[in-house]
Design a protein around this ligand. Structure first.
Ligand SMILES: [Zn+2]
Ligand SMILES: [Zn+2]
Length: 535
């Protein structure tokens, strides 16, 4: 049995693991990469996945970093079944279409720019038509309904307590007469979340592939998070400005509505403060939550039974059309705006940030994980300006980072979850995390439980034999092409010297032309300063 780490290896996005056993080849998750250009370029390299030769794909949950490349797979020839839970299927229907729409819009923008520069047009990563072709392939099984994609493989979904329909995946593989058990944690939920149950306890595995997003830290507790949300609201309400909440449309937005509902019941949400959910996807996702009520947690069931609707607020409205969305920022005065994307790198939230980030009374409330390279990450890391729609926008709004709303287990909770496994010979692979956080978590696991831990790199392949140490085959060159800093620096120095040699020619140019050249050199210096200050 062999596994290839095709994504979410030493990074958080692009979750995809390709398994080969007894002549069968299949994948767990098929996530999109989200981050800077270099990371997102990986979405285009389909050779790594060889879609025509993947028999089937098992999806842990609907988040785009676990499912977003499915339409791309289908576009490139994948025709097998996609196995997942019923709520995940419902969510995928709306999320993949939304993702395709974003791809199409971004390709259109890029094409406009490229044509202006005399370059060729850009194709979208995939289209809405590709997404439509994906749905008929989805087959569903509920939790604890074991199924057999082929005779030597049994698969089971368990509630991961992360988002609606999310699962841990148990796999029993018969490889040459020997059965071994693999567990893919998917994203492990934070216990006591609003709306969903706690993660399931699993105690047996030969190989555990576990996420490590928050391997280096714990979350603050829920109570504090609600207080912080109330604080952000009070801050901007008093100043007549807006509270902007970049939020994933699915789960997080419903949780934010639930939280505002709780604040409202406690008299901590001004009744005249409009709450606007500006995301067509969030509106549709909220409907899925209503349709799949049996997958919500006990506490929510009781509330609904008692006639309470935690997904409703008297002052809440949804904006579907782009015109309605644009109108929000034409209206002065306080409001809470919940919009996507959650990492502020795409979607309508970019407009809201452009209008409010520079306003000192406004607040920006981050309620989810911000991956490296995203606009959200730059803001929480303290950037004074961020680039949105090719414009540098000053960050003057008050920034709140409330990670108590996370749908992910924090460090202690991850360790507790791992602590249920009993087989001392079990091998752990840490996936879905940034390398520094993974190293910290690996150290803690080894110290506390004595399990052997490995942190696979992008495109690494491992041969899995139960009880034996995994053998690794690596492809480091393609995974992370070396950056030749010495060459780049020498090149820059040569150009500087050449420029210095031309000062008299520059000075002989008309003054207006000189000011233009001067501005360009200032721009170069600004970039250099940025690079220096980040090292
Ligand atoms: Zn997730
Ligand atoms: Zn994830």
């Amino acid at each position: 049995m062999k596994i290839k780490f095709a994504g979410a290896a030493r990074t958080v996005t692009g979750s995809c693991y390709i398994l080969e056993v007894g002549g069968h080849r299949f994948a767990i998750d098929c996530g999109m990469y989200q981050g800077n250009d270099e990371i997102e370029n990986r979405n285009w390299d389909m050779d790594i996945y060889d879609p025509k030769h993947i028999e089937f794909i098992v999806i842990t949950h609907a988040h785009i970093d676990h499912s977003g490349l499915l339409p791309r797979m289908v576009q490139k020839g994948f025709r097998g079944p996609i196995y997942t839970t019923p709520p995940t299927k419902e969510l995928l229907k709306i999320m993949l279409l939304d993702s395709a729409h974003i791809q199409e819009v971004e390709a259109l923008w890029k094409t406009k720019r490229r044509l202006r520069h005399g370059d060729e047009k850009t194709e979208p990563l995939y289209t809405q038509a590709d997404a439509e072709k994906t749905y008929p392939l989805i087959k569903t099984f509920t939790y604890n309904e074991v199924f057999e994609p082929f005779p030597d493989l049994k698969v089971n979904f368990l509630d991961a307590g992360h988002i609606l329909g999310a699962s841990h995946i148990e796999l029993w593989v018969n490889d040459q007469g020997r059965t071994s058990k693999l567990v893919f944690s998917g994203d492990v939920g934070r216990p006591d979340q609003l709306l969903v149950s706690n993660p399931s306890v699993i105690s047996e595995a030969d190989f555990l592939f576990v996420e490590s997003t928050y391997g280096d830290r714990d979350h603050k507790d829920d109570k504090e998070s609600l207080d912080e949300l109330a604080e952000a609201i009070a801050y901007s309400y008093q100043r007549g400005e807006k509270v902007i909440i970049p939020s994933f449309a699915v789960q997080r937005t419903q949780e934010m509505i639930y939280s505002l509902h709780l604040l409202s019941l406690a008299g901590r949400l001004p009744p005249d403060l409009p709450v606007i959910v500006d995301s067509p996807l969030a509106i549709r996702a909220t409907e899925v939550f209503r349709r799949c009520q049996e997958y919500l947690d006990e506490e929510t069931h009781v509330k609904i039974k008692n006639g309470e609707d935690p997904l409703k607020l008297p002052q809440m409205r949804f904006t579907l059309s782009t015109q309605e969305s644009m109108a929000i920022n034409l209206t002065a005065g306080p409001a809470v705006i919940i919009s996507a994307s959650g990492m502020a790198n795409a979607g309508r939230i970019k407009h809201h940030l452009r209008h409010n980030l520079w306003r000192s009374g406004a607040s920006i409330v981050f309620v989810g994980f911000q991956a490296q390279g995203t606009t959200g990450r730059k803001i929480i890391d303290g950037a004074e300006k961020v680039r949105i729609f090719n414009e540098d926008i000053a960050v003057k709004a008050k920034v709140f980072t409330i990670n108590g709303f996370s749908a992910h287990a924090g460090q202690t909770q991850l360790l507790d979850w791992i602590g249920h496994f009993k087989n001392q010979a079990m091998q752990i692979f840490l996936i879905h995390g940034e390398y520094e956080a993974q190293q910290i978590l690996a150290g803690l696991i080894e110290k506390r439980f004595g399990f052997k831990v490995h942190i696979p790199d992008y495109l690494e392949e491992s041969v899995l034999v139960p009880g034996e140490a995994a053998k690794y085959v690596e492809f480091p060159e393609k995974a992370s092409p070396r950056i030749d800093w010495n060459y780049l620096l020498s090149d820059a120095e040569l150009k500087m010297t050449a420029l210095r040699g031309r000062i008299s020619q520059i000075e002989s140019k008309p003054w207006v032309e000189q000011t233009d050249l001067r501005d360009r050199l200032i721009e170069v210096n600004r970039h250099l300063l940025e690079i220096i200050s980040q090292t």
